[in-house]
Structures are given as structure tokens and as C-alpha cells.
Design a protein around this ligand. Sequence first.
Ligand SMILES: [Zn+2]
Length: 316
Amino acid sequence: MRFLIIKNLTIHYMRCVALGLTVLSCSHVKMFPSPSPKTSSPPTPSPIPSASVDKALGSYCYETLKKLPGKYHKARLRKACSRVLLKEGCVSPKNRSIFHYDKLSERVGGTRILVLALIHGDEFPSGSVARAWMERLEELDPRNSWRVIPVANPDGLVLKTRTNANRVDINRNFPTENWDQLALKMWKERYKSTWRKYPGPAPASEVETRCLMAHIKDFSSDFIISIHTPLGHLDFDGPKMKYPNFNLLPWRRFGHFPGSLGRYMWKDHGIPVLTVELKGNDPIKSFEVLDNLQDISGTLAIKALDRSKASSKASH
Ligand SMILES: [Zn+2]
């Protein structure tokens, strides 16, 4: 597999300079949060950054996503990839772009959903689901606003590893309040120091983690969907509620871990997370099932936000 290496940061900065803009006035250049174990402030709403479309980034997106398993729609994928963007700082240790795709709802008050796939680089079908959802969103006027990051760990995807190029499990590297106390302890005692689950030398030590944190904040995410394999269930960290039915995967409370996204977002910041654990490592073949999964996730997001609004009203 040949993956293009994009030096978009340099390109973005050069473009800003070429346009006669200072770094701060160039709309797609955002300051990047620094890793800090105890200073993770809750995500606060901020405007969505606009960004210019980059042809090389679009080709990289298409070449990367078309190699994932399962069927895809060529023209729709090309169209979706022609609109992907790159946020400043979202470049992996091996210089690969962590691009994102936005499709905003025309409706006022739509829930803002952030989708993350391939946080674990060897869980290929998770990226296939994100790809299918991007293709579908191209054709829709969605009821919710979506941001999709189909390849959150691009080095892991190329290396075919769960971890990133620094051998860190990104889903144990989020700066949860209990990270300092428990992350490394649990890794040593419960996981016998297996590298697959190494939480890193410090919370948010990894650029991939910081990139995702910056997206959560800038997109003002109301709800996060994180797609994984191979456990075969739907796991929800959020308010207690009735779950929509999905025949393929049962609902299950799996719990969360120091440094995991579910713990960081729901326990520490009150933003619900749906973890989709696909069954095995075979991609979902039916587009109908993929559509259904996206619709169910969107419905859950709307209900969870309604529930949160109702409970915050009640507490005033
Ligand atoms: Zn995973």
C-alpha cells in the first residue's frame, strides 16, 4: 500500500502567507492545545473553522479510504474526499494528515455529532463504516450536523497496529481525571504491560489525542461516535435512556478505562459517547445496514441531547 505523505501544515501556512494573512487571521489556522494532565477544560462552543479545499488532501483521502475493506461508491467517495479539510496540528508523528469531513444540517438546532474511526489502526472495518457514512452524507440534507474523522490514527493504519507510531494506545491517552493515578498502574497490573494498551508516557502525550481533543472543542460536539472492532456490541456512555433497536449488535455497558475517550468525554465532561464495536473484522456488507446504523446513532444523539437539556433545566 502506498500512502501519500501530505505536508499540509506547511502548505496551509504558505497559503496564509501567500494570501497576505497573518497566522491568526487565516481562518483555517487554529492554535493547538498543549498536552496538560490537569488542565483539560470542558469543551466550550466555538465557531466551526472554515478552510480551503486542498486537492492533494482530497487525493490522499480517496487513495486511503478506497483501500479499506468492503464496497464503496467511487463517485460519491471522490466527491466527499474533495471536501475534506485538515486542522492545524492534525499531522501524525510520521507526517500523515488526520483529515476530516463536515456535513452541516440546514436545520436550526441540529445535534452536532463527531464520528471517529480507526483510533485503533488495525480495526480496518471501522474506517469502512465512516467511509460509507461520508458517502451517504454527500447525498443527504441531514437532520444533524456531522463531522467525520475516518482515520484518526493514520500511522497505525499503515503499520497495521492498534497503537500509533510511538506505540501508544490513543484510546488510553486522553487526559481523564484519573489518568495520573491509574492509567500506568492499570496497564502494568491488569494488562501486564502489553504494548497494545500502553497509555503513553503522559496524558495527551500524543499528537493524535490532541488533534481529536481540538476537534471535540472546535466542532462544539454534542455527541461522539467512536467506531471499533471486534467485540460486537453497542456501548453507550451517557444519560440513562431507552436505546433504539439494532438487530446486528446488542446494547451492552462495557465500562470505561483511565485515558479512554468514553471516560474523558462522559465522566469528565458530560458529553455522551456511543462506542460501536463491530463484530469480528469483516466489514458490514449491506449499505442498508450501514444506513440503519447511522440513523440509529443519529436518533440516539438527538434523544441524549434532549435528555441532557431536560435534566439541566430541572437542576436550575
Ligand atoms: Zn478499538
